[in-house]
Design a protein around this ligand. Structure first.
Ligand code: C5P
Length: 223
């Protein structure tokens, strides 16, 4: 069995602001993307890594891969206008021998080897598996125009979905076969009627979206 990780890191970072894209921001002495890639390099079950880069920063990302000596990164692929398009470009670059595909946001550097291993094992067994955690706050659906509360969700049924998201290759290939769009990979698989299982992510496995997230990630890194 061969496992490849697709790491979409081609977002424009509009919510992050600043001169530098968030994957190149510093997290305790190394870039965010170096921290993320390092976990995959050290996790034995992952054979290959495809890094998806924004065209403007592909050279910087390649320089990080070279400087850190990441041997599993087999390709740096240019991303698309949306996350779905970026992942689709990654799928096209997969070698024929890959059986299991893991997708992980490049801006989640606090992923662990345990999460990756658990996700791969569950996807091999079940076909599709995503990292998730029960939500802590009370969540309500609010009418977008009037700002009136429509309903309060039952918190015991609502989970925050993270990455890694892991799939048998054949399933993910089918999910991305047309031009469908979604904010994560599992949503496309769900639409096909395929059951997606959850496994334990972590409250520290945050997605670095705004500058505050970097402060939180730094605190988690130290702890
Ligand atoms: O936009 P969002 O926060 O959902 O991004 C999640 C991940 O997808 C990030 O690592 C981001 O760089 C990546 N992405 C991408 N191509 C895009 C948009 C987002 O690779 N066009």
């Amino acid at each position: 069995m061969k496992v490849a990780a697709i790491i979409p890191t081609a977002g424009t970072g509009e919510r992050f602001g600043g001169a530098m894209p968030k994957p190149l921001a510093d997290l305790h002495g190394k870039s965010v993307i170096a921290r993320t890639l390092d976990v995959f390099e050290r996790t034995a079950v992952v054979d290959r890594v495809i890094l998806i880069a924004h065209a403007d920063y592909a050279d910087e990302y390649k320089a990080v891969v070279k400087a850190e000596g990441f041997k599993k990164v087999s390709a740096v692929v240019i991303g698309g206008a949306t996350r779905s398009q970026s992942v689709r470009n990654g799928l096209r670059a997969l070698d024929k021998d890959i059986d299991v595909v893991l997708v992980h946001d490049g801006v989640r550097p606090l992923v662990t080897s345990v999460m990756i291993e658990e996700g791969v094992a569950l996807a091999v067994e079940m076909g599709a598996a995503v990292a998730a955690m029960p939500v802590k706050p009370t969540l309500k659906v609010v009418e977008p125009k009037t700002h009136v509360v429509r309903e309060t969700l039952d918190r015991t049924l609502v989970w925050e979905i993270q990455t890694p998201q892991v799939f048998k290759r054949e399933i993910l290939d089918r999910a991305y076969a047309d031009d469908s769009e979604a904010t994560d990979d599992a949503a496309l698989v769900e639409r096909m009627g395929v059951a997606v299982r959850v496994f334990k992510g972590s409250y520290t496995n945050i997605k670095i979206t705004t500058p505050d997230d970097l402060i939180v990630a730094e605190a988690f890194w130290r702890s």
